[in-house]
Design a protein around this ligand. Structure first.
Ligand code: NDP
Ligand code: OXD
Length: 306
């Protein structure tokens, strides 16, 4: 069995020995143009050439949860695409989002500003009931985040394509219930996959539906949010702030207004990193399962886009 690895991040020096150790029966190598035919490819943002030159793949493994970049390519019809299914990302996402929610709710940003001036000044306690948290996307990551936020006794809403039953989470489903979901939420967290249906979802009209004094946390993809509309909603006072981990162009270009905005927190696409050893163990386990003809989790449906 032959496995090829390619990542645009060029981090093969550790991935290839890791995959080789986890798949001792396989020959694992770095993909380069003209590489011999492989059975499986493990990739992050590969070039089209890899797919064109490897028509015999049995499956394509994505070393991330989001497959939006991969689905831009021409994939051989019927080629199974398998994404990371948690692999240590959901706990990171829960940490990041709980931190952002609590930092805003408890006004730590205000205390940081006060500290710079040596100012000792209490803020009035806020009621959690006034800060319902809405999670767009209740999949592998969104569900973990919803459960984690609910543990702090915030009211939690979730929006997905299909209705869900999760303790402490009010489920809203489908395009028809999006407005009701937004109207019921003050802190809105985006954990959707980027698809034609979800691109530009947080535009002026939708941002206006969030409760006044709202807060946006985007940890999915930059193109879910219309940048100019977010800035306008902040500047009008409708939104109180935003924490953004993902951007239309990454790295976020120097001079982008998000860098300087006093009520925006920027992090460099780091809310949930791919963890190499967890991911290699998951992918190797799935290659073994596929070789035995068993089903695997995390199979992408290209017609849905996730
Ligand atoms: P999943 O596929 O497990 O979950 C996707 C969720 O979105 C599901 O609940 C799905 O609904 C819902 N959804 C999809 N399309 C729609 C729609 N049109 N309307 C309503 N709901 C919709 O994905 P993950 O939770 O694993 O990951 C989510 C995204 O997070 C990834 O696609 C990636 O872009 C991003 N990500 C970002 C990272 C970062 O570091 N910033 C790290 C990892 C991931 P249903 O359940 O009904 O199918
Ligand atoms: C992912 C990401 O999709 O890191 O896994 O953004």
């Amino acid at each position: 069995m032959r496995v090829v690895y390619y990542s645009v991040d060029q981090d093969h020096a550790r991935w290839i020995p890791g995959l080789q150790a986890a798949l001792p029966q396989a020959e694992v190598s770095l993909w380069a143009p003209g590489a011999p035919p492989a059975d499986y490819a493990v990739v992050w943002k590969p070039p089209q050439q890899l797919l064109d030159e490897q028509p015999g793949l049995k499956a394509l493994f994505n070393t991330g949860a989001g497959v939006d970049a991969l689905l831009q390519l021409r994939l051989p019809a019927g080629l199974p695409v398998i994404r990371l299914d948690d692999a240590g990302m959901s706990v990171q996402m829960a940490e990041y989002v709980c931190h952002a929610v609590i930092r805003h709710f408890r006004e730590f940003d205000g205390y940081e500003a006060d500290m710079a001036h040596g100012k000792w000044s209490f803020r009035k306690p806020r009621s959690r009931l006034d800060y319902p948290v809405g999670i767009l996307g209740l999949g592998v990551l969104g569900e973990r985040v919803a459960r984690s936020v609910a543990q702090f006794d915030f009211p939690v809403n979730g929006w997905s394509r299909s209705p869900k039953t999760l303790p402490g989470v009010q489920s809203f489903a489908g395009a028809d219930q999006l407005d009701a979901f937004l109207a019921a939420s003050r802190i809105v967290v985006c954990l959707l996959p980027l698809t034609p249906d979800t691109r530009d979802l947080l535009n002026a009209q939708r941002l206006a539906r969030i409760r006044p004094g709202g807060y946006v946390i985007n940890v999915a993809r930059g193109a879910h949010v219309v940048d100019a509309d977010l800035l306008a909603a902040l500047d009008s006072g409708h939104l109180a702030g935003a924490t953004l981990d993902v951007f239309r162009t990454e790295p976020l270009p120097a001079g982008h207004p998000f860098w300087q905005h006093p009520r925006i927190t920027v992090t460099p696409h780091t809310s949930a990193r791919t963890l190499r050893s967890e991911s290699i163990a998951q992918i190797a386990g799935k290659i073994g399962a596929l070789q035995r003809g068993e089903p695997v989790a995390g199979k992408v449906d290209p017609s849905r886009g996730y």
